[in-house]
Design a binder for this molecule. Structure first.
Ligand code: RET
Length: 257
């Protein structure tokens, strides 16, 4: 590698002071990484029936950590070459959606794992996964492939999202949790549902702020990656912490009972 190339690789990893978006790519990477270590180690502390749920929590943040590593480099590389790059040029859309396509279905699996001992069928898990894939594929097309049809694809994507929300607030997920007669499980499901209903709603807001999109005319300085990065940290680490704290409480209570 010649010297010039070498210097440009070094530069590509530099974070400029005041770059809030770049900052959240770094903190996102590190916090996902640290959360994974935490979930993998703490898995030893909880009762056997919670171990798979904690493993999945750790996998979600670990998959995200690896993608944040790439997204961070991508963003910094584009900005180092062209500080005037537009928001969408600097946005690592492909890595973002590869990450989501793996992690969001795993979040659906968390609901299934919690409810499987209380009669959840694999069909429910697959319906949630299918809805999440529809949501993400449509979102990707709207962001990266047909940006002139963002609103149409945004609506298709929202249909997938609404289905998941429905399942968790009124459908099978809710009914199985209510019928479980297990306060730990129903508490975990309620808290995870709150992430789906409130935390996940952050993403369509980011999407609407995209260049040439609904709210672009508002001329806001909010950046789509800033919003997605904050959303990911809240949702992925938060999801795992809910599973962890409910698992720890249940383990402790059963140990003293
Ligand atoms: C860890 C990553 C998570 C929890 C990502 C969730 C993403 C969404 C809920 C995205 C939803 C979208 C819509 C509902 C409409 C516009 C397009 C999307 C993909 C941003």
């Amino acid at each position: 590698m010649d010297t010039l190339n070498y210097i440009s690789t070094l530069l590509a990893d530099m974070l400029e002071a005041g770059d809030a978006v770049g900052f959240t790519f770094f903190t996102g990477y590190m916090s996902m990484f640290a959360a994974s270590v935490f979930f993998f180690f703490e898995r030893q502390q909880v009762d056997g029936k919670w171990k798979t749920s904690l493993l999945v929590s750790g996998l979600i943040t670990m998959i995200a950590a690896v993608h944040y590593y790439y997204m961070r480099s991508y963003y910094l590389g584009v900005m180092a070459e062209n500080p005037e790059a537009t928001m969408m040029e600097a946005s690592p859309t492909q890595f973002r959606y590869i990450d989501w396509t793996l992690t969001v279905p795993l979040m659906c699996v968390e609901f299934y794992l919690l409810l499987r001992p209380y009669g959840a069928k694999a069909g429910l898990m697959w319906r949630l996964i299918l809805a999440s894939v529809v949501m993400l594929v449509a979102g990707y097309i709207g962001e990266a492939i047909q940006p002139d049809q963002t609103i149409l694809w945004g609506i298709v994507s929202t249909a997938g999202y609404v289905y998941i929300v429905y399942e968790t607030i009124a459908g099978s997920v809710k009914k199985l949790a209510d019928a479980s007669d297990n306060p730990d499980v129903s508490r975990a499901v309620t808290l995870l549902r709150n992430f789906v209903v409130v935390g996940w709603a952050i993403y369509p807001i980011g999407y609407m702020l995209m260049d040439g999109n609904l709210m672009a005319s508002l001329n806001t300085s909010l950046n789509i990656d800033l919003i997605y990065n904050i959303g990911d940290a809240v949702n992925k680490i938060g999801f795992g912490l809910v599973v962890y704290s409910v698992a720890m409480n249940s383990t402790k209570r059963e140990a003293t009972a």
